[in-house]
Ligand binder design. Structure first.
Ligand code: UDX
Length: 458
């Protein structure tokens, strides 16, 4: 990248979105400052240690030629920034509304310290309810007024669509980039920021190669409000797609069909598409559950009934109950049984357990008097920290979880679960019952090893 094309970018928040975006923007050539008020996070990042588990990220943090720096001091880095990206957390409130206090706090600091003679473009990347771009603008103006200043500046909405575990891949090779901006100048600067990605003029990092046959991403420009709604619509649709296949998994079981065959049969229709049709214990994570509840809350404020989104949420809860029902069907009595849970993360390649189906399934099992053993290749620590008082037995291997268990339940589709020595594992168990909550295994093969096997919708 030529020096004239390099932008000074400040990105606030070093979660999955902030850190990945910051590191990726540094990699493609910009000068990036990642800000987090948590000093411990910054110290770790300065030492080249990634604070989130994300394939390829640490290599880029240590190998960025000084393009990315880390600090807990936002105020002194604001003057001189061309773009300030807000990527802080937007947790859910108990009523489903979104807590915007972190976003507003950042907006206040921006208003306090930005240079009114050279205002940066503010970019909202946090997933925020409709109208937040305007709210951020108002807060910044208030702070400028307190300083006796005023200036023209722009707040754009630029939602991210990255998946955890594929965060760098999705950032460097997106399907599309959505920018909601009111003025052309802001839009052009954001386009300049993404130019190397839009044109794919960077050398792919070794750990994150460019996918074969990858087409250049589209730049979708909209109003800020449309951009905000695009994020919620996309996540609601994907959550609904999974719940849809899960609903049909129930009928597939009743009529004796195999939902994986059904999913393949419909997914090849280009209008439907093959993605997000894996039936299982349902969706979790930091986005789908929160975003679905948040858009339902917004819809409620407008007296607008999002029936399909509401149903997606209900079907998703039912999937976890289905696991318990399957165990009841096969074990008969849960109380006093030992159940080995394989997988705590909400999906593979992450240690994130937020809204993971495992949380609810384990809670139900414990409530019903089961002894629960758990194994996860990376998420154990997060789970321990989140539920320090929970009475579960942590295991280092699948074999340890299987020993003397009456049943095993797969809740996360970790790659290692797809090629386990099932005959040996079966020989360690008290009873050979297996609920495959992610449809990872071959039913016939497991039955051949003496297992009573049950997938979801097969
Ligand atoms: C999601 C969106 O994909 C992403 O665009 C957005 O920015 C953030 O939310 P993420 O939460 O990282 O990303 O995970 P994703 O891979 O989408 O999976 C979400 C959940 O759905 C996981 O619990 C996963 O196990 C589940 N899932 C996914 C299914 O049950 N079946 C599927 O076919 C696909």
């Amino acid at each position: 990248m030529k020096d004239a094309e390099k932008l000074n970018i400040v990105i606030v928040g070093t979660g999955y979105v902030g850190l990945t975006t910051g590191v990726a923007l540094g990699y493609i050539g910009h000068r990036v400052t990642c800000v987090d008020k948590d000093r411990a996070i910054i110290e770790k990042l300065e030492r080249g240690i990634s604070t989130i588990y994300e394939p390829g990220l640490e290599e880029l943090i240590t190998d960025d030629d000084g393009a990315v720096s880390f600090t807990d001091d936002l105020l002194s880095h604001l003057p001189g920034a061309d773009i300030v990206i807000i990527a802080v957390g937007t947790p859910a409130k108990s009523n489903g509304d979104t807590d915007l206090s972190y976003v507003e706090a950042v907006a206040r600091e921006i208003g306090r310290a930005m240079d009114p003679k050279k205002p940066p473009v503010i970019v909202n990347k946090s997933t925020v309810p409709i109208g937040t771009a305007r709210r951020v603008e108002t807060v910044i103006k208030e702070e400028l007024e307190k300083r006796g200043e005023s200036c023209c500046f722009s707040v754009a909405s630029n939602p991210e669509f990255l998946r955890e575990g594929n965060a760098l891949h999705d950032t460097l090779y997106p399907d599309r980039i959505v920018v909601g901006a009111e003025d052309m100048q802001a839009l052009n600067l954001i386009r300049q920021m993404y130019a190397p990605i839009l044109e794919q003029i960077f050398i792919p990092p070794q750990a994150v190669p460019r996918p074969e046959g990858y087409n250049l991403p589209a730049l979708v420009t909209t109003s800020p409000t449309s951009a905000e709604l695009i994020k919620y619509t996309a996540n609601s649709f994907l959550a609904m797609k999974i719940s849809f296949i899960n609903e049909f998994a129930a009928i597939a079981e009743k009529v004796g069909a195999d939902i994986t065959e059904v999913a393949k049969g419909i997914g090849l229709d280009r209008r439907i598409g093959p993605g997000f049709l894996n039936a299982g214990v349902g969706w979790g994570g930091s986005c789908f559950p929160k975003d679905v509840r948040s858009i339902l809350f917004t819809a409620g404020q407008y007296n607008c009934d999002l029936q399909m989104v509401q149903a997606a949420l209900e079907v998703n809860y039912r999937q976890k109950v289905r696991v318990i029902e399957k165990l009841q069907g096969m074990l008969k009595v849960i109380r006093g049984s030992t159940v080995g849970v394989l997988g705590l993360a909400f999906k593979p390649n992450t240690d994130d357990i937020r809204e993971s189906p495992a949380i609810e399934v384990i809670r139900m099992l414990l409530d019903m008097g089961a002894r629960v053993k758990v194994y996860d290749p990376v998420a154990e620590n997060k789970y321990r920290q989140t539920f320090p008082d929970q009475d579960v037995v942590y295991c280092r291997t699948v074999e340890e979880a299987a020993r003397d268990s009456d049943a095993l339940v797969i809740l996360t589709d970790w790659e290692e679960f797809s090629h386990l020595p099932w005959p040996e594992i079966g020989s360690l168990m008290n009873r050979q019952v297996l609920v495959d909550g992610r449809n990872m295994l071959d039913a016939e093969e497991l039955a051949g090893c003496g297992f009573k096997y049950s997938g979801i919708g097969r």
